[in-house]
Design a protein around this ligand. Structure first.
Ligand SMILES: [Zn+2]
Length: 237
């Protein structure tokens, strides 16, 4: 099979390496990640696959390059730049914990949550991921990765916390569906207090459940599930 990547042709102005350099300048630790690419076989159609090469990859285009994240300092600009010269299409992740943590919420719920937080002066950095979910950046708490416990039945459609020792995909990473991760509010925005944002999210969930007359948030969010939840911290969504 010949591996062909066309994303750079489609997105010539998008420069992952430039974004990575900017993150390094800000003192952030980046996580080199695999990315979507396409394979073309003789007599067959193109197919999107993960750059890791595994046809059964459980989190295609959304997982770190092995050996290049956990336990390795990834804030040395020259070394990082070399990694992106080797493969300019690597997606980029950022370590969570220490500087910030990230609340990962479904799109529709996240939009309502942002409006609610804004009314209370809790605005901060926000990313819309390539899959359409929203990432709300908040102050670090030291909490581990995992789904935020809330109402029974929240399951995989709930809010995922990228906490201490975790990581999150950052702009301009690309998603298998062709979407690109974008900053809706810049990383330079002041971080809102994590416990205050979480309180607003939990209150909003409770209101939605009450309004819908259902016992769990999964029934009211009505959005796609979170991939890779079986391995918390191993996907940046
Ligand atoms: Zn993969």
């Amino acid at each position: 099979m010949e591996r062909v990547s066309r994303l750079r042709q489609w997105l010539g102005s998008e420069d992952l390496a430039q974004a990575v350099a900017s993150y390094c300048e800000q003192g952030l630790q980046v996580v080199p990640c695999h990315h979507p690419t396409i394979t073309v076989g003789p007599g067959s159609c193109c197919a999107w696959v993960c750059s890791c090469g595994s046809p059964a990859c459980p989190t295609p285009g959304e997982h770190p390059v092995p050996g290049h994240w956990a336990g390795e300092p990834m804030d040395e600009p020259a070394g990082i730049a070399a990694l992106w010269r080797q493969d300019p299409e690597r997606n980029v992740g950022l370590l969570t914990g220490g500087t910030f943590e990230v609340l990962d919420v479904p799109a529709a719920f996240g939009k309502a949550a942002l409006e609610r937080c804004a009314r209370r002066g809790l605005s901060g950095p926000v990313v819309r991921t390539g899959s359409g979910r929203l990432h709300l950046y908040v102050t670090a708490t030291g909490m581990p990765n995992g789904f935020v416990p809330n109402q029974p039945g929240s399951g995989r459609n709930g809010v995922f916390w990228h906490g201490e020792g975790g990581w999150v995909l950052a702009p301009p990473s690309r998603h298998m569906n062709g979407g690109i991760s974008r900053w809706l509010e810049p990383l330079s925005s002041p971080l809102p207090a994590a416990h205050l944002v979480l309180r607003e999210l939990l209150d909003l969930q409770a209101e939605l459940c009450d309004r819908a007359g259902v016992p769990g948030v999964a029934d009211v969010l009505g959005t796609a599930g979170v991939p890779g939840a079986a391995a918390p911290g191993r996907t940046g969504r």
